[in-house]
Design a protein around this ligand. Structure first.
Ligand code: UDP
Length: 194
């Protein structure tokens, strides 16, 4: 089998090139791909929180970190072919992508997504940041946040709300979000902001 299955949550054993191919496919063919970088901590949370497990089931999950690699060794008798963590891979994908893509950065504290956008504009001038929004909003503001994203209609929506919030946000709202690729990215915006 080419994936790890724990309680119905499946983590795909993709290489970085295969993952980049999946992302490009969704972007070029205007499908929709919801992606999570799954670490052992997220699996543990999923085991304790059925609603989180359900959210994770609707995402393409790739393996992030040593802990999940150990789970793979234990449960399926082999390690993942590659460790795919979003903090390294997303900037690498943006750098490798020559086709211009538009991005919306959702999450982190006020000011962080703006700073990340400024740094990415310098690093990846071929892409365009079409919107930013901090990640500290009340549930009743969700509709307005979705409207803001849809008004910008980004190719890629990066969701940095931490776990489990970011994967649950993506799973719950993807069907009414006008974006081709949605990814939960943890603390990436904080790193990018510097
Ligand atoms: N975050 C957010 N809204 C929240 C909680 C967290 O936007 O209500 C952001 C936080 O500012 C950080 C990112 O989510 O940029 C990841 O947070 P954290 O490191 O706490 O989560 P982890 O990824 O470690 O679970």
């Amino acid at each position: 089998i080419d994936r790890l299955d724990i309680e119905g949550v499946t983590v795909s054993d993709l290489t970085r090139d295969e993952l980049f191919g999946r992302l490009r496919d969704a972007l070029d063919r205007r499908g929709q791909l919801c992606l999570g970088f799954c670490n052992a901590n997220m699996l543990l949370k999923a085991l304790c929180l059925p609603a989180y497990a359900a959210s994770l089931r609707s995402l393409l999950l790739v393996s992030d970190g040593l802990g999940i690699d150990l789970c793979s060794g234990l449960f399926r008798g082999r390690l993942f072919r590659e460790n795919l963590n979003g903090t390294d891979l997303i900037p690498a994908f943006l750098a490798a992508e020559t086709a211009p893509r538009s991005l919306f950065l959702l999450g982190a504290k006020p000011g962080i997504a703006e700073a990340a956008a400024r740094n990415w504009a310098l690093l990846h001038p071929q892409h365009r940041i079409v919107g930013v929004r901090h990640g500290y909003f009340a549930p009743e503001e969700t509709g307005a946040v979705l409207a803001e994203i849809n008004a910008a209609a980004p190719d890629i929506l990066l969701v940095a709300l931490g776990n489990p919030a970011q994967e649950m946000f993506i799973a719950e709202h993807a069907h009414r979000i006008d974006a081709r690729v949605l990814m939960g990215v943890g603390a990436l915006l904080d790193y990018t902001a510097g």
